[in-house]
Design a protein around this ligand. Structure first.
Ligand code: ASP
Ligand code: MG
Length: 439
């Protein structure tokens, strides 16, 4: 059985949904199709929820009506028969009835999650109506029946697997299942989600849970590229990546894949393929155990990084100092991305500023503390790059004029990371494209 996940743009227009229906019928293998919300929907739902949280019912109503109109327009182009159009409109009635009811009740975090879930519920139900119109036998699997996270927002693959297999066992003769990405239930049994962009994560968790033959992630670009196509002129798709390389790339900025979606596939050894709905014949990128080749594969950049420097001439050499510093970050559940140390100072980077003030205050107990926002981590990812001749010289030659603030090298054999001011990101990526890839 395989997993095919389609993102928002792949289902964002009626003709795209038609194309998805064709793509999933290209082979006979049984499959679970995981869908995102139509593009723009989750953003619209976030806005509606924010309107409500800010007591602006008028704006909320305006945005709800606008979204509803979008779905009403979608239907006649999606399905042709009167029956299918009635079924589709009924689905939209039901979900917009809910969205109109929320105008009358008070906002809460739990309600927010219910609001955000509407997008995937609607996209999968509409797709199911289309498949039915096409006479394609399938089952719509409610993700809320099997996808769950624990009290720390961590998905539990074993439990998901248990529940999902039980459901699949009831439909042994069915070869096509459709389910929602992104949404799940939390430890309290409430509707929740896997955070923005989480449909990839859903797909990978489902792939792990049923030990799928492959987890295909269909987007609108032909695989992961060696550099950011929005910033440099010429990029090429990467044919093959190891799970480790892909995890580094996704984590350090390659937008094509949700960073958390690597571990479930890796843990259960399910290959992940990144494919393009608009160019289905393109090879895309295969992510699997083996890296395929040695050397630099890609660079990626992650913005919005905060660098924190702790300077203490007295304490640094003392053992236990780093532990005390790490404990502060642990206390505020803030993870550190990069770290460098010298005799008298430690620099770390974080990407989450929600507890920055508390963290800085507590760190002051250990020395003088400075924080700089708007930094960018540029990561050079590849297999055994640390051992690959000339990588370092090409790397540093090509960015001679860039004010590099931190370098992290040797922590992993697949990654060299640089911290540069956000304003130098573009230049860094462009120069690395020349220096490392000759592009
Ligand atoms: N619809 C959700 C979002 O826009 C999840 C996803 O598309 O992956 O974040
Ligand atoms: Mg996405």
């Amino acid at each position: 059985m395989k997993i095919m996940k389609f993102g928002g743009t792949s289902v964002g227009k009626p003709e795209r949904m038609h194309q998805v229906a064709e793509l999933i019928q290209k082979d006979d293998e049984a499959k679970i199709v995981v869908l995102s919300a139509l593009s723009g929907t989750t953003n619209a739902l976030v806005e509606i929820s924010n309107n409500l949280a800010g007591f602006d019912k008028q704006a909320a109503k305006h945005n709800i009506d606008k979204l509803e109109a979008h779905y009403r327009d979608f239907i006649p182009a999606l399905v042709k028969t009167a029956d299918a159009r009635i079924s589709a409109n009924k689905i939209i009635d039901e979900h917009f009835e809910f969205l109109n009811i929320i105008l009358k009740i008070s906002w809460s975090e739990a309600l927010n999650k219910d609001i955000l879930a509407q997008g995937e519920l609607m996209s999968t139900k509409l797709f199911s109506v289309f498949l039915t119109e096409q006479g394609k036998k399938h089952i719509l699997l409610p993700a809320l029946d099997f996808m769950s996270i624990d009290a720390y927002d961590e998905p539990q693959v074993k439990e998901i697997s248990f529940k999902l297999k039980q459901i699949l066992d009831q439909h042994k003769d069915v070869k096509l299942f459709v389910t929602q990405g992104y949404i799940c239930r939390n430890a309290r049994g409430e509707v929740d989600n896997l955070k923005r962009g989480g449909s990839d994560y859903s797909a990978s968790l489902i792939a792990a849970a049923i030990n799928a033959s492959v987890c295909e992630i269909w987007t609108d670009i032909s695989g992961m590229h060696n550099n950011d196509p929005r910033i440099v002129d010429k990029t090429v798709a990467i044919e093959q990546l190891s799970f480790d390389e892909a995890a580094e790339l996704a984590y350090f900025g390659a937008k094509i894949l949700h960073p958390a979606s690597i571990w479930p596939a890796q843990m259960y050894n399910v290959p992940v393929k990144l494919l393009n709905t608009m160019a289905p014949e393109d090879a895309g990128t295969t992510i699997q155990e083996s890296a395929g080749s040695v050397g630099v594969k890609a660079v990626a950049a992650k913005d919005g990084i905060i660098a924190i420097n702790i300077r203490s001439s007295r304490m640094l050499l003392a053992y236990g100092f780093l532990r005390k510093i790490f404990e502060v970050f642990e206390k505020y559940r803030t993870s550190i991305d990069m770290i460098t140390t010298s005799e008298v100072a430690v620099s770390v980077t974080i990407d989450n500023d929600s507890h920055l003030n508390e963290i800085l205050k507590e760190l002051e107990a250990f020395g003088s503390v400075e924080a700089d926002a708007d930094q960018t981590i540029v990561s050079i990812v590849g297999n055994e790059i640390a051992e690959t001749k000339e990588v370092l010289s090409h790397l540093f030659d090509s960015i001679k004029d860039i004010p590099v603030r931190m370098v992290s090298y040797g922590g992993s054999r697949h990654n060299i990371s640089l911290l540069v001011p956000g304003s130098a990101k573009k230049q860094t990526l462009q120069q690395l494209n020349k220096g490392l890839f000759n592009l």
